[in-house]
Design a protein around this ligand. Sequence first.
Ligand SMILES: NC(=O)C1=CN([C@@H]2O[C@H](COP(=O)(O)OP(=O)(O)OC[C@H]3O[C@@H](n4cnc5c(N)ncnc54)[C@H](OP(=O)(O)O)[C@@H]3O)[C@@H](O)[C@H]2O)C=CC1
Ligand SMILES: O=C(CO)COP(=O)(O)O
Length: 336
Amino acid sequence: MKTVVIGSGSWGSGLAQVLADNHVDVTIYGNCTEELQDIAENHRNEKFFPNVDLNPAIKVSTTIDVVKDADMIVLSVPTIAIESVCRDLLPYLDHKVIIVNTSKGFHPVTNERMSNVIRSVIPEQYLSSVVSLIGPSHAEEVVIRMLTTICAVSLNEADAITVQNTFSNAYLRVYRGKDEIGSEIGVALKNAIAVASGVLSGIGYGDNTKAALITRGLAEMIRFGTAMGGKLETFMGLTGIGDLIVTCTSVHSRNFQAGYEIGRSNDAKAFWENNTKTVEGVRTAQVIHDLAKEKGIEMPIIEEVYQVLYHGKEPRQSAYDLMHRELKEEHPYHSM
Ligand SMILES: NC(=O)C1=CN([C@@H]2O[C@H](COP(=O)(O)OP(=O)(O)OC[C@H]3O[C@@H](n4cnc5c(N)ncnc54)[C@H](OP(=O)(O)O)[C@@H]3O)[C@@H](O)[C@H]2O)C=CC1
Ligand SMILES: O=C(CO)COP(=O)(O)O
């Protein structure tokens, strides 16, 4: 099995190391020469993992034509780059490959899910199938081989099994799933809720608040995700509640970190002026907000995240407004 990982950032490096640990032939292609050089020469990616030694079997390539012999291509770039990366690699494909999507979010213009974006560019003659390898998995922990579980989600079960077998090992256990819609919506939406979790922590609220947010965030995820065609049980699994928990509670989460700074300064302005990191939840909040409005789905937390990020609403006011909504009976999947 020959694999190529596209993207030499945090998750690309982490997943390449999983493959190298599993004795799978793996090459990383990326557009950042410094990262590639660091991996090739020092077996490190200091920008993301200071003082962590990477498996020296990881190879690198500065040109995308390396995909031409690949059996499996793993896309580990931000969602905004998925379409262009697919267009860049397409001319080098002359046989069917499995494309593994690991990005969490939506296309920047069409708002499509990642699997649909990939299928819209790579024609069937070169695409065995898309498998989304997603779930609760911070690269910072995977790269130091901390026990982690994720899910290989695909409409093609045979390819999901191949991905499951290729990536699973003693520290990474890969489950399998078929609900592409539910899983891809779950892992995207949790990023926007994680921004809210960071905001509330940045304001100074504690564990009770976080538990409330995760519980009511899950209710919004289920309401939205099932309306879009996802299955209820998917949101109870790794690509639902699992990823929601890790992203809302982990200091590694860039979505949480972004929210934390916004909550601390009670303003999103500094975030917009200074952020250089991949914070997928920001754009996702807008996509979900707009789709929910269009379909008449009540999403009070997403609404507040959207107002804070895009309309300058003060985070403290948002927290106040959420707490002062009409009192009602709790039903996990209905309105807050
Ligand atoms: N980090 C994590 O723990 C996890 C991340 N994910 C998801 O994985 C996706 C990638 O995130 P992550 O790795 O963290 O992001 P990073 O910002 O750490 O890395 C992204 C990498 O992609 C590169 N890149 C961007 N555009 C292109 C392009 N057109 N061609 C080649 N390389 C490109 C970037 O290079 P440059 O800097 O030069 O632009 C960078 O090296 C996101 O959707 C995220 O949600 C999923 C699970 C875990
Ligand atoms: O998706 C992730 C963990 O599962 C990574 O989250 P962040 O993008 O917030 O760092």
